[in-house]
Design a protein around this ligand. Sequence first.
Ligand code: 13P
Length: 260
Amino acid sequence: MSGIRTLIAGNWKSNKSAEEARAFVKALREGLKEKKRDEREIVVFPPFTSIPAVADELRNSEIGYGAQNVFWETAGAFTGEVSPVFLKELGCRYVIIGHSERRTLFGETDEICNRKMLSSLRTGLRPILCCGETWEQRREEKTFCIIGEQLNAGLHQVPFDAEFDIAYEPVWAIGSGKSATAEQIEVVHSYIHQWLQRKGFASRERVRVIYGGSVTPENVDRLIAVPDVDGVLVGRASLKLESFIRIVDFCCPGEKGASP
Ligand code: 13P
């Protein structure tokens, strides 16, 4: 693979019914059709129940879609859980794993994230493993230690040639309206890239490191321009068509991710 594609991902969380999701992606496809965006990969993450409508509407489209969560077993007596095989069957390419809302509201541990990583990879899904520190952990200067632990445990036994992404989402920046600063993001992304390389992962060719936490049309150009940022994971601002299109159309001198 020569050069990497910048990932622009919209995490809709628990928003958009099937019909709302269908209307949104139809308009998104229409709104994006004029320009070629070879160096940008656009992916939306609807709630489970809206995935079939999105899949139907995005047939033969460049826009990808994925799930916000997954279970680690492929089938069985697990009431309420969704197998990676079912997601694959719906045409999902991606799955988000270990989002901070899942960790804090639903008790997901690093070990659970790891099981989900391994089973998603085995099924042929591309996982996006989320990591990030709370404000208190940052204040206590534990940011690198927390992220190192999340990566160590979350990527346990993941093959070095696996293709996945890491989303750095500082918990304090999510939904707060206040993104991390370029300086804060740069040091953490650089730490993650180095960590991956040190452990033997193919790093940039196969693993991108993207940023999430209050990304908006107003700050996206600045955030994408930060060294070591390979894309963005957008929550609230991905729910409105104009704002998501503006984010997809971020301006970056020299197009980040272009082949050298
Ligand atoms: P916001 O963009 O709403 O802060 O959410 C970020 C996020 O959680 C993406 O996964």
